[in-house]
Design a protein around this ligand. Structure first.
Ligand code: PMP
Length: 465
């Protein structure tokens, strides 16, 4: 038996938790931590013996589900054989070479080489440095600015946190870093003029991007970074024609495209990559999360032929590529990734995300679209979101003080379902493991529906509707 009180006390007095109100937690005013003790399939358990359906796959990462012993065994085998060696000065391992080769074969765009990191944040930090390096090496030293989108999420380190288009990641932390510029979010529901079609809205967003590039001066703009499907900014699939219009602008001004596939990669959208689904041809691709299903930390910055050719060409002149982490290409992480990708391929999880995903999208729409506080139900594959509003006609938002999204998420949790309250309004987000069954989808949707009804009743009793 574990000592719940002792763990809670140790945690409270020593762990600096992300996204936790520090004072309330430290003083015990926001309750005890949830001590997670185990996981199997789509479920996790806590120390008090409660079981939850994790309809967010941790943080959109545990695509193969919890408790896959095959991955644990691959990790153990590699740890017994060789727990660590670095990859500097052309050192490698069998698992790393196998993983890198398979990523080059499967990644979108025209992949050439893979640089390994430990998180989505550091991989995007690498991408920014590659953009600067590439443009320095090809004699375009001014072409350095990076454009990202409002509500885009790319990590929380210095440059990746600046690319993230959410002000609460910048406030009080001296971000954004200079040279990072933001453009409009691809949210048709919130961004479109009355009556504006998705196609017209996409054209307008592309025209705004072009105006921004011209205003900043094209020879100072190096890259555009975006998630194929906007993730943490609200789980929003791109409106029709968005990616075609945006890519035409980028090509016109010789601006590199970084596809941040950290959420979309390895099947989440029902295709191997979001780029495959939306016909995106990126120059640089960032992957993490699904690469190891979160079993160990690993990310990759995949470098396309165009960028790599310039790097190799300049090598005699500039010397060795001076960028690398102690843990770049860690053998245990590589072994875990290979075991995970074996499962992803064998169980055809991209196809599953498409078929079970279409059941999921239908069920969400059937159960939620008619509710009086639901403004929009959206998603693709096994990514979904419900946007709650106080008035469907005028799209008036709820008073943020009511915390409607957080209350629905909490009510769901009390019923044994983890679905995440997302920032930017009242949004309930879903990203279940890709191994979820149709029956489990029905259970998820019913639990979320019950939670929503409960909060709807509470709101009407509080006369908040
Ligand atoms: N990019 C995207 C699209 C993400 O969703 C995330 C994490 N949610 C990141 C980058 C950052 O990854 P990490 O938290 O591993 O640094």
């Amino acid at each position: 038996m574990i000592d719940i009180k002792a763990i809670a006390e140790r945690d409270r007095s020593s762990v600096l938790h992300p996204f936790t109100q520090l004072k309330k937690y430290a003083t015990g005013n926001s309750g005890d931590p949830t001590i997670v003790t185990g996981g199997q399939g789509i479920r996790i358990q806590d120390a008090e013996g409660r079981s939850y359906i994790d309809a967010f796959a941790g943080l959109y990462c545990v695509n193969i589900g919890y408790g896959r012993t095959e991955v644990a065994e691959a990790i153990a085998r590699q740890a017994y054989k060789l727990a660590y060696y670095h990859t500097y000065a052309a050192h490698t391992t069998e698992e790393l070479a196998r993983l890198s080769d398979r990523l080059v074969r499967m990644a979108p765009g025209k992949p050439s080489k893979v640089f390994f990191g430990l998180s989505g944040s550091d991989a995007n930090e690498t991408q920014a440095k590659l953009v600067w390096y590439y443009n320095n090496l090809r004699g375009q030293p001014k072409k350095k600015k990076i454009i990202s989108r409002d509500r885009g999420y790319h990590g929380c380190s210095v440059v990746s946190g600046s690319m993230t288009g959410m002000s609460f990641y910048h406030d009080h932390m001296d971000l954004p870093f200079p040279g990072i510029v933001h453009t409009g979010a691809p949210h048709h529901y919130w961004g479109a003029e009355p009556g504006e079609t998705e196609e017209a809205f996409s054209r307008r967003r592309a025209a705004e991007l072009e105006e921004l590039i011209l205003r900043e001066e094209p020879d100072t703009v190096g890259a555009f970074i975006a998630e194929p499907v906007l993730g943490t900014g609200g789980i929003t699939p791109p409106p029709t024609d968005y990616w075609r219009e945006i890519q035409a602008v980028l090509r016109r001004y010789d601006v590199l495209l970084i596809a941040d596939e950290v959420i979309c990669g390895f099947g989440r959208t029902g295709a191997d990559f979001g780029s495959t689904l939306y016909e995106i041809e990126p120059d640089l691709v960032t992957v993490a999360k699904g690469l190891t299903s979160g079993y160990v930390p690993l990310s990759a910055a995949i470098v396309g032929e165009k960028v790599y050719a310039v790097m190799e060409e300049a090598a005699d002149r500039v010397g060795a590529f001076s960028h690398g982490y102690t843990y770049s290409g860690h053998p245990i992480a590589a072994a875990a990734a290979n075991a995970v990708l074996d499962i992803v391929e064998r169980e055809r999880l991209s196809d599953r995300a498409r078929t079970v995903g279409s059941h999921f999208q239908n069920r969400l729409k059937e159960r939620f679209a008619q509710l009086e506080i639901v403004g929009e139900v959206r998603g693709v594959g096994l990514l979904g979101a419900i946007e709650f509003v106080a008035d469907r006609q005028t799209k008036r938002r709820f008073d943020p003080k009511l915390k409607v999204g957080a209350r629905i998420s909490k009510a769901a949790r009390d019923r044994g379902l983890i679905a995440r309250a997302m920032p930017h309004g009242d949004i309930l987000g879903f990203a279940p493991p890709l191994v979820v069954s149709e029956a489990e989808i029905d259970e998820i949707v019913e639990l979320a529906h019950g939670a929503t009804k409960q909060v709807l009743d509470e709101l009407s009793k509080e006369s908040a509707l």
